[in-house]
Design a binder for this molecule. Structure first.
Ligand code: URA
Length: 461
């Protein structure tokens, strides 16, 4: 029989495993013990893994998710942006293919007077990573100390860095174990993992881009909505103003998926060019930046935030700030003077249309794997990525193509690395004789503190 510990009694990990295994909820003191033990190494990996599997199977209550998020946030150092004298607002995306909005959003929001302390991740699996993309700029440093981070933020209004070893160490341990034990896909664990890192950065507000569609992490729309509402309710309960937008990942965002080629696409937009293939990227970046500017107190509404962001795009202020940030983080911005000259992929191939028709379906997860196989991504944490590898898309969903016309250009590290991504891409794209009927909106449901709790209550019922 399970015995309840009294408030003062010591906590034992074996009891927490049994309790979760039997479907009971842990309290805040027990979850604080678990997070601190994961961070310090005092709880063995086997016990943490067993608890994670029990939590995956039994689920976590809303109170448990809140308590675990805070306990993980408090497991290491924290960043305090208060000294910057501006509202600190960040954006987090659940990951996708060709998702490069950070390069636009960070300088756009900074240009409008918001501080953007962005702690980003690396490519893993079928999704790309902001840090790998930035590191394709020669000299660019993403591993800054917290004091260097603050200096760049002071000078540029935005900075994009990697997580330091001392920030949320509990997540570092738990995430690695989840990856090994098949316990990643659980909304409570995902929420605690993402938000603990965002809350440790001391943000005033947070904009969440939760992807849906064939390239999303959670492909069932109801799961994406639940995660979005859960993250909003959890962050709001911790005092951080938060919105989550469900956005389409049913095709790559913009025209480039890789590392260097994604930066080139972003710089073209910051230079106020309007390539039609990049319109969705431009629009989503302005919408997300609009929310950040609104939450940062610089615009009455997300819509007026959008307009301010668009003005900062058109007058070149955001571009200048992005170059200032590159320089402040040690990067050589002159490589953007002649982007074609700097691009030196090992091998290039085209995917021609195999028939005349319309691009009707894109399996974006498979497209993400094709990008990874060119050498642009990694299968296992720690692997090297090729800055010059990736895929450029010449046709989007709904586009008319003629037989033989190139649908995509592939850049790989070596010639022999082209066959697999070409085959993956060929089978990920469907052509039909008639245009696809359904027009998928770029932005779907939006969750804020006004509707998140109600959505969770209805979803739980
Ligand atoms: N990204 C994270 O940081 N954590 C998760 O659990 C999933 C995605």
């Amino acid at each position: 029989m399970r015995t309840e510990p009294t408030p003062a009694s010591p906590v034992h990990m074996i009891d927490l495993i049994r309790k979760k295994r039997d479907g009971h909820a842990l309290d805040a003191r027990e979850l604080a013990f678990l997070a601190a033990g994961a961070a310090s190494g005092s709880i063995p990996a086997e016990q943490l893994a067993a608890w994670l599997m029990a939590a995956w199977i039994r689920g976590l209550s809303l109170d448990e998710v809140r308590a675990l998020t805070l306990a993980m946030r408090d497991s290491g150092d924290k960043f305090s942006p208060a000294r910057l004298g501006k509202a600190a607002v960040d954006k987090h995306s659940t990951g996708g293919v060709g998702d490069k909005t950070s390069f636009l959003i960070a300088p756009l929001a900074a240009a409008c007077g918001v501080a953007v302390p962005m702690i980003s991740g690396r490519a893993l699996g079928h999704t790309g990573g902001t840090l790998d993309k930035l590191e394709s700029i020669p000299g660019f440093r993403t591993a800054l100390t917290l004091s260097e981070f603050e200096t760049v933020l002071d000078r540029c209004g935005c900075s994009i860095v990697s997580q330091t070893p001392s920030l949320v160490p509990a997540d570092r341990v738990l995430y690695a174990l989840r990856d090994l034990t098949g316990t990643v896909e659980n909304s409570g664990l995902i929420c605690a993992s993402i938000l603990s890192k965002k809350l440790a950065a001391g943000l005033d507000a947070l904009v969440l881009d939760v992807k849906t569609g064939s390239g999303a992490f959670l492909q069932n729309p109801a799961d994406s909505e639940f995660l979005a509402a859960l993250m909003v309710a959890t962050a709001e309960a911790a005092g951080t103003r938060t919105v989550a937008l469900l956005t389409d990942m049913g095709q790559p965002l913009g025209s480039a998926a890789g590392n260097w080629i994604e930066l080139v696409e972003s710089i073209a937009l910051l230079r106020n060019q309007r390539p039609p293939q990049s319109e969705d990227l431009r629009e989503l970046s302005l919408i997300l930046a609009g929310w950040m500017i609104h939450f940062g107190g610089k615009a009455e509404s997300p819509h007026s935030g959008y307009q301010l962001a668009e003005a900062a795009l058109q007058d070149g202020t955001a571009l200048a700030l992005f170059f200032r940030m590159i320089e402040a983080q040690g990067g050589d911005g002159s490589v953007f003077d002649d982007t074609a000259r700097f691009h030196s992929p090992g091998a290039t191939a085209f995917l021609p249309a195999w028939d005349s028709g319309y691009v009707s379906e894109m399996d974006t997860t498979q497209i993400g794997w094709a990008v990874q196989r060119t050498g642009a991504g990694r299968e296992k944490a720690g692997e090297q990525v090729d800055p010059h590898a990736g895929i450029l898309f010449h046709a989007r969903r709904g586009a008319r193509v003629e037989k033989g016309q190139p649908i995509a250009t592939l850049y790989a590290t070596r010639e022999e690395m082209l066959a697999e991504p070409l085959a993956l891409l060929r089978s990920a794209i469907q052509l039909s004789k008639t245009p696809p009927h359904a027009v998928v909106p770029l932005v779907g449901r939006i969750f804020t503190r006004e509707n998140a709790e109600a959505h969770l209550r209805d979803a739980v019922r």
